[in-house]
Ligand binder design. Structure first.
Ligand SMILES: *[C@@H]1O[C@H](CO)[C@@H](O)[C@H](O)[C@H]1NC(C)=O
Ligand SMILES: *[C@@H]1O[C@H](CO)[C@@H](O)[C@H](O)[C@H]1NC(C)=O
Length: 528
């Protein structure tokens, strides 16, 4: 059909020009997070660069993923006291060990406490880095003189948010988590009756006891914000921001929230006008594999391949677990590509290829890939949905259990807890996820996810340029963030109304009693 191809040509050639013409040459200051969050941010930065914007990125001197040299951005490098990479890896290994040792309630609480301690220490390290920036007079002057159009930041560590406030710039968030807890719950009404709190392992369909559990987890998060994370930021706010500030209110003040989720993945819930859902924006059509890898994948024949990776934070699985997994893989008719770092398991079969890096997206996009064994990080889960590959999930920490739960609820994945892993359970899990129903369900999610008017990445860039064009998006922001809690929940109104009703009732009762007494006295007087 010629008209369709002409339209295609129009879209390819003219649309980018229109976009580019509408807003070119903006200046953006990016304050990203390291690790897997940077993988996300980098995708947005590359797209912004391609559209002619200039980008400065604040990075720590010993940064782990954020490179000093890049064709896409200019780095602003700040010394940092402590390498967060070693810090995380060390503590997470401990946390993994604790998980293996038992799945009791107590062990679970211990683990949460540990993760919270790690996180609050990391917040303190990041705040020290921000103080170093703000104390450097010439750097601050340069930042002011650069006349940025906006700050783009990830508020899981809120240092970028405080800096945007200090520089008085519009702010766009690339967000899923804020300093403690889920981002959406920080701005949109989130009834605990059907919005599960992250970490609780609950869905949107909760029984009475589950709702009770949800409430307890919520109080845990409030506690964490007030006493473990908040104090680091309060100190910075008091010192550098005139009149002080509350970090959660600062996050709520952001102009646009580019939210790394969508409602194919997440449970439906209330949201706000300035929240833009960009889940899966990092996914692109798969590229061809390298010839070696392609040959390996094709050699699997009709059985296909299984791929396994546990993400960037885990250097090595416990040896006994790795042995069990390797022996199960050896029994499977599929070929296996396993990103495994650490000692080579002795039970490794000849169908298993061990690699220290894999082109994960291209493999997931390959029609031969049947199952993705993963830890359930947001990126991996979104990619599994985009490419339509069912997941056998081994959640390790943070949000991973909750991410995988969303797939399991839709029959598109299965969760295997680290504490429950044995050769037997792993084999059963693999065989279950290899069934057709799992593939069918995740491909349905994939079709739903891809059925959007414009791609999530274009959506993200549109809103960033929108904020540049209009110098913010304050008209989309609700007033909620300025309100004290009692006004937000109308407690003051309820108390006033209640008082009015009480006064009315009391005065009515008093009046009747008066009348009654008078009546009695009168009738007594008559009798005499
Ligand atoms: C919600 O959970 C209850 C009890 O587990 C179940 O009977 C019901 O079918 C569920 N509802 C939906 C819509 O899944
Ligand atoms: C792999 O091992 C299986 C059984 O252990 C054997 O039958 C098969 O021939 C081996 N394949 C190759 C290519 O070595």
């Amino acid at each position: 059909m010629p008209s369709q191809s002409a339209r295609g040509l129009f879209a390819v050639l003219v649309m980018p020009l229109l976009f580019a013409a509408s807003c070119h040459g903006g200046k953006i200051l990016v304050f990203p997070l390291d690790g897997s969050h940077w993988i996300n941010m980098k995708v947005v930065i590359e797209e912004l660069h391609a559209r002619g914007h200039s980008i400065d990125v604040i990075r720590a001197s010993d940064s782990w993923y954020i490179k000093e040299e890049s064709p896409f951005y200019t780095p602003i490098t700040i010394p940092q006291d402590l390498s967060l990479e070693n810090f995380f890896v060390l503590h997470l290994e401990k946390a993994m060990k604790a998980q293996r040792e038992g799945a009791s309630w107590f062990a679970h609480l211990q683990l949460m406490r540990k993760v919270m301690t790690i996180l609050s220490q990391a917040h303190a390290v990041k705040c020290a880095m921000l103080a170093r920036i703000l104390d450097d007079k010439s750097l601050v002057q340069n930042l002011f003189e650069a006349k940025y159009d906006l700050v783009l930041t990830d508020p899981a560590f809120a240092t970028g948010v405080v800096l945007a406030k200090y520089l008085k710039l519009p702010m766009v968030l690339n967000v899923r988590w804020i300093t403690s807890g889920d981002g959406q719950s920080a701005i949109a009404p989130s009834p605990l009756s059907y919005v599960p709190v992250p970490g609780s392992g609950l869905t949107d369909n909760m029984s009475f006891t589950e709702r009770l559990k949800n409430m307890l987890f919520y109080s845990f998060i409030v506690f964490q914000e007030r006493f473990m994370v908040g104090p680091s930021y309060s100190a910075i706010c008091d010192k550098y921001i005139e009149g002080g500030c509350d970090v959660v209110s600062l996050i709520q003040e952001a102009d646009i929230w580019l939210f790394r989720s969508d409602f194919v993945f997440d449970f439906p819930r209330p949201t706000m006008p300035n929240v833009v859902y960009i889940g899966g924006f990092q996914c692109k059509p798969a590229q061809p594999l390298s010839p070696d890898l392609e040959a390996f994948v094709e050699s699997a024949g009709e059985h296909g391949v299984i791929i396994m990776t546990l993400g960037t934070l885990v250097k090595a699985l416990p040896d006994d677990v790795a042995e069990e997994i390797a022996s199960v893989f050896a029994k499977m008719p599929q070929k296996v590509i396993w990103r495994h770092i650490g000692q080579r398991p002795s039970t490794l079969g000849n169908n298993t290829l061990i690699v220290d890096w894999m082109p994960q997206k291209d493999l997931l996009g390959h029609p031969q890939t049947k199952v993705f064994v993963a830890h359930g990080g947001t990126n991996g889960v979104q990619e599994a949905i985009y490419y339509g590959v069912p997941v056998l999930g081994i959640p390790l920490f943070f949000d991973q259990f909750d991410n995988l739960l969303r797939l399991q609820e839709r029959g598109a994945g299965k969760i295997l807890k680290l504490a429950d892993i044995s050769g037997h359970s792993f084999e059963r899990g693999l065989n279950e996820v290899l069934q057709d129903s799992y593939r069918h369900n995740i491909q349905k999610l994939s079709r739903l996810h891809r059925d959007q008017p414009i791609s999530p990445l274009e959506h993200a860039v549109f809103w960033i340029e929108y904020v540049m064009r209009h110098k913010g998006a304050a008209h989309l922001r609700t007033e909620a963030y300025r309100m004290p809690w009692y006004a937000y929940h109308s407690v003051d109104i309820l108390v006033t109304l209640l008082a009015a009703v009480m006064v009315f009732l009391l005065s009515t009762v008093l009046m009747f009693r008066c009348l009654c007494c008078r009546g009695k006295r009168l009738s007594k007087a008559k009798q005499h």
